[in-house]
Design a protein around this ligand. Structure first.
Ligand code: GAP
Length: 461
C-alpha cells in the first residue's frame, strides 16, 4: 500500500466543510428551528450513511477480521457504583475558571498564557492572577476549581440522591463489568478483546470546532485483556494496527502522527498513552487514543463489586488481574477526519471542481444513475439499472439539470461512480461509467454493471 500524502488544503477548509455538510445533508445543527443547541449536531441523510459506514468499517476490522476480538453492546445507564469504581466521580474533572468581571467561564488550559503548563499539570499558587480573561481582558479570574464532566440524571419518578445515575462518559466501562460474562460464554482464554460502539456524554466546559468536541458523541472502543507481562507488546501492536487502519482508508500520511502523553497528562488509569492525531484546520488534535490501562479497571471493579475478576492462566499456572490495552476512537471525530481529508478542489475549465475523495467503502452512495435526459423512453431503462444496483449498495438517482451539473453534485458528495444512461443505451443495452477521481469513462453492458462495481468494492475490502 502506498500512503497518500496531502495536497495543500484551502485556507478556509473548516468553513467550507461546515457549509458543505449543511448544504448537502451531512450534518445539521441540532434543533435548528429553535436556534440550535450548543455543540449538538444531527447527521442528515448523507451523514448517517457516512457514519454507518465509518462504524461498519471499524466493526469489521476490529471483530470480523480478528480471531481474538468479540463484540458487545452494553447499556448507557449503569449502576452508579461503576463510576466510583472507575474513578470518574473523583477524577473525571477539568479545571474551570470564572471571570469575576464578565462572568464568562473557561477551561484553564484554554487561557492564553496557560500553555506553559504541561497538559494536565496543576496550576501553581498565584498562577492564575497573572492571566487575563480571553473575553474582557481583565485580570479577575478565579482560582481553578475542578468541574466534574459527567451528566447526571434520575432513575424513576423521584429526584433524590439515591436515584442518581450518570450518562456514561466512556463506553468501555460496560465492557469491564461484562468481562466475566464474555469470557465464560465465549470460553475464551487470554489474550482477547471486546469491542463496542456507542454513545458517550461529557458536560464539556468548552465544546466546539463543529463535531470535534461535543457533549454527546459516539465512541468505538476495544478493550484487550492480557497478561501483565504482555501489555507493552500489545500496546505496540495496537498503536501500529490503528495507524495502519487510517492509512488504509487513504487518510494523508503527512496529516497523521502519534503523540505520547506527558506524565501530568496521563489519565488516572493509564500507565502509558499515545494519541493518533490529525492535522485539523485548528491544529494537531487527537481523534483516537491507545492506552495501557494496567489492571486498574478490573482491580477496582473487583474491589467495589466484591466479585473476583482475576484470571487463572493455565499456561503459566499463575493467577492475576488482567491488564487492559485500550483503543478508543471517536466515531464523530474520525468521521470529521474523513470529511476534512476527502475535501479537494480542482481547477476545471472556468470553474472549481469540489470533490470529496472518500474511500469508496465509506462513501455514502457508491453509485448514481443519471439518465441523460428526462424523456420517458430513458426513464424505464434508467430505473431498471437503478433497481439492479440498489440491491447491493446505496445508489442515488438524479435526472434534474444538465449532466455536467449532476456529475458535479455527485463529486461534491463523494459518489465514486456515475452511471449514465443515454439514447444509445436503448440500442446497445450499455451505459457509461464515469470514475469520480480520474473522470475517465468506460462503456459497460448493463447486465455487467452491478457485478463490475461490486468487484471493485470487494477488491477494497
Ligand atoms: N475510554 C477512554 C477514553 O474515553 P478519551 O481520550 O477520553 O479516552 C477517546 O476519549 C476518544 O473519544 C477521543 O480520542 C475522541 O475521539 C473521542 N472524544 C472524547 N471526548 C469527546 C468529545 N467531547 N466530543 C467528541 N469526541 C470525543
Amino acid at each position: 500500500m502506498v500512503a497518500a500524502t496531502s495536497e495543500a488544503a484551502p485556507a478556509d477548509l473548516f468553513d467550507k466543510i461546515i457549509s458543505l455538510s449543511k448544504r448537502r445533508g451531512f450534518v445539521f445543527p441540532s434543533s435548528e428551528i429553535y436556534g440550535g443547541l450548543s455543540s449538538c449536531w444531527d447527521y442528515g441523510p448523507l451523514g448517517v450513511e457516512l457514519k454507518n459506514n465509518v462504524k461498519a468499517a471499524w466493526w469489521r476490522a476490529m471483530t470480523q477480521l480478528r480471531d481474538d476480538v468479540v463484540g458487545l453492546d452494553a447499556s448507557i445507564l449503569m449502576h452508579p457504583t461503576v463510576w466510583h469504581a472507575s474513578g470518574h466521580v473523583e477524577n473525571f474533572t477539568d479545571p474551570l475558571v470564572d471571570c469575576r468581571n464578565c462572568k464568562q467561564r473557561f477551561r484553564l488550559d484554554q487561557i492564553p498564557g496557560a500553555e506553559v503548563l504541561e497538559p494536565g499539570e496543576p496550576a501553581p499558587e498565584g498562577f492564575v492572577a497573572g492571566l487575563a480573561c480571553p473575553n474582557c481582558g481583565e485580570h479577575q479570574l478565579t482560582s481553578p476549581r475542578q468541574f466534574n464532566l459527567m451528566f447526571k440524571t434520575f432513575m424513576g419518578p423521584v429526584e433524590e440522591d439515591a436515584a442518581t445515575v450518570f450518562l456514561r462518559p466512556e463506553t468501555c466501562q460496560g465492557i469491564y463489568v461484562n468481562f466475566e460474562n464474555v469470557r465464560v460464554t465465549t470460553r475464551r482464554k487470554l489474550p482477547f478483546g471486546v469491542a463496542q460502539i456507542g454513545k458517550a456524554f461529557r458536560n464539556e466546559i468548552t465544546p466546539g470546532n463543529f463535531i470535534f468536541r461535543t457533549r454527546e458523541f459516539e465512541q468505538m472502543e476495544q478493550q484487550f485483556f492480557c497478561a501483565p507481562a504482555e501489555a507493552e507488546q500489545w500496546f505496540q501492536h495496537w498503536r501500529k494496527v490503528r495507524m495502519e487502519y487510517y492509512l488504509g482508508f487513504g487518510v494523508a500520511a503527512d496529516r497523521l502522527r502519534y503523540r505520547q502523553h506527558g506524565k501530568h497528562e496521563l489519565a488516572h488509569y493509564a500507565a502509558a498513552a499515545e494519541d493518533i492525531e490529525y492535522l485539523f484546520p485548528f491544529g494537531w488534535k487527537e481523534f483516537e487514543g491507545i492506552h495501557n490501562r494496567t489492571d486498574y479497571d478490573l482491580r477496582r471493579h473487583s474491589q467495589f463489586s466484591g466479585k473476583d475478576l482475576s484470571y487463572f492462566d493455565e499456561t503459566t499456572r499463575e493467577r492475576y488481574t488482567p491488564y487492559i490495552v485500550e483503543t478508543s476512537a471517536g466515531c464523530d471525530r474520525s468521521l470529521f477526519v474523513f470529511l476534512l481529508d476527502a475535501y479537494h478542489e480542482e481547477p476545471d475549465k472556468d470553474e472549481t471542481r469540489v470533490v470529496m475523495r472518500f474511500h469508496p467503502l465509506l462513501a455514502p452512495y457508491k453509485a448514481a444513475v443519471l439518465p441523460l435526459s428526462k424523456k420517458p423512453e430513458l426513464a424505464a431503462l434508467s430505473r431498471s439499472v437503478h433497481g439492479q444496483l440498489r440491491r447491493f449498495f446505496p445508489t442515488d438517482y438524479d435526472e434534474t439539470q444538465s449532466i455536467g451539473r449532476r456529475y458535479r453534485r455527485q463529486d461534491e458528495i463523494g459518489t465514486p461512480w456515475c452511471v449514465t444512461v443515454d439514447f444509445e443505451s436503448l440500442n446497445d443495452q450499455a451505459v457509461t461509467i464515469r470514475d469520480r477521481d480520474t473522470m475517465l469513462q468506460e462503456r459497460v453492458p448493463i447486465p455487467e454493471v452491478a457485478g463490475l462495481l461490486r468487484s471493485r468494492l470487494d477488491a477494497l475490502l
